[in-house]
Design a protein around this ligand. Structure first.
Ligand code: CP
Length: 315
């Protein structure tokens, strides 16, 4: 058994966006270069012979496509693994799966239901583990989102405000922690029962304090929209929350990005969404099909940001 297999955490795991706090600026610059290379169809195959395992316990369009294509563009190979078709789904432990995959692959991307399983996989894998979403964070999404803002705001976050409307979920957590890390003012409006967990708030507040920015959570979408340069939302019912659908539909009524809410934000403010969107619920058709170019940039930027992350963790 290797030293790593004794369960020590590894420096290059990306479990939280905070794990990338020292690297974010570099990741944005590299993602920009990689975006330009791909748009020119210029080769950037630095990963010849490298392989990524992708375990998906939940469905995915963007995360799967962008990680798989990222590895292909970089000259490597990605393998899609579903617990339905793996021995993991028949009782093989996460720890044993981690040990075995470490003998084949150079890194593992894991989309998990439970954060505990993410930590267990990272604990027992010899190779870097990248969180492709769990019930606490969605760090790769937040890197692509912040990269999208960095591009639009000429590399400057300070003096801007990102406002999030909706569920205090994994997407909000990573976005809030990431915003605090780069000194971007962050305001969220969530229903009272769906606020982010106090420990996440505390961590974000302490990061923001160090950067001189603010992190604030309120219950009124109208109050949160005031002063916003971008309005971000996510689904009201995330994967895994389906049993709560009825009460969530009632609780989130009014937590919608629509033309009236955008009009309360700063001139030039735009809408953002990590997708998939439920049109007519958290965001209107009018906004999605109108001034929402940033949303499609966010989706595209998953590819470029993930390449930069893969280069970082595999370097
Ligand atoms: N935003 C996001 O993670 O999309 P997928 O669920 O399609 O991967």
């Amino acid at each position: 058994m290797s030293e790593r297999n004794s369960g020590k955490p590894k420096e290059r795991d990306v479990i939280s966006i905070v794990d990338l706090s020292a690297d974010l600026e570099g990741l944005f610059k590299r993602a920009k270069e990689l975006k330009a290379l791909r748009r020119k169809h210029a080769p950037h195959r630095s990963f010849e012979g490298r392989a990524l395992a992708m375990i998906f316990e939940k469905p995915s369009t963007r995360t799967r496509s962008s990680f798989e294509l990222a590895m292909t563009d970089l000259g490597g190979h990605a393998v899609y693994l579903s617990p339905k078709d793996m021995q993991l789904g028949r009782g093989e432990t996460v720890a044993d799966t981690a040990r075995v995959l470490s003998r084949y692959y150079d890194a593992i991307m894991y989309r998990a239901f439970r954060h505990e399983d993410m930590l267990e996989l990272a604990k027992w894998a010899d190779i870097p583990v990248i969180n492709g979403l769990d019930d606490i964070e969605h760090p790769c999404q937040a890197v692509a989102d912040l990269f999208t803002l960095w591009e639009r705001w000429g590399g400057k976050f300070t003096s801007h405000q990102l406002t999030y409307i909706g569920d205090g979920n994994n997407v909000l957590n990573s976005l809030m922690l990431g915003a605090a890390t780069v000194g971007l003012n962050f305001v969220a409006a969530t229903p009272p029962a769906y606020k982010p967990k106090p420990w996440v708030m505390k961590r974000a507040e302490s990061l923001a304090l160090a950067k001189g920015s603010i992190v604030r959570v309120v219950t009124s979408p109208e109050e949160a929209a005031k002063g916003a340069d971008a309005l971000y939302t996510d689904v009201w019912v995330s994967m895994g929350d389906e049993a709560e659908e009825k009460q969530r539909m009632a609780a989130f009524k009014g937590y919608q990005i629509n033309a009236a809410l955008l009009a309360r934000a700063n001139p030039g403010a735009f809408a953002m969404h990590d997708l998939p969107a439920h049109r007519g619920l958290e965001i209107t058709d009018e906004v999605m099909d109108g001034t929402a170019e940033a949303i499609w940039d966010q989706a595209e930027n998953r590819l470029h940001a993930q390449k930069a992350i893969l280069e970082l963790v595999l370097s």
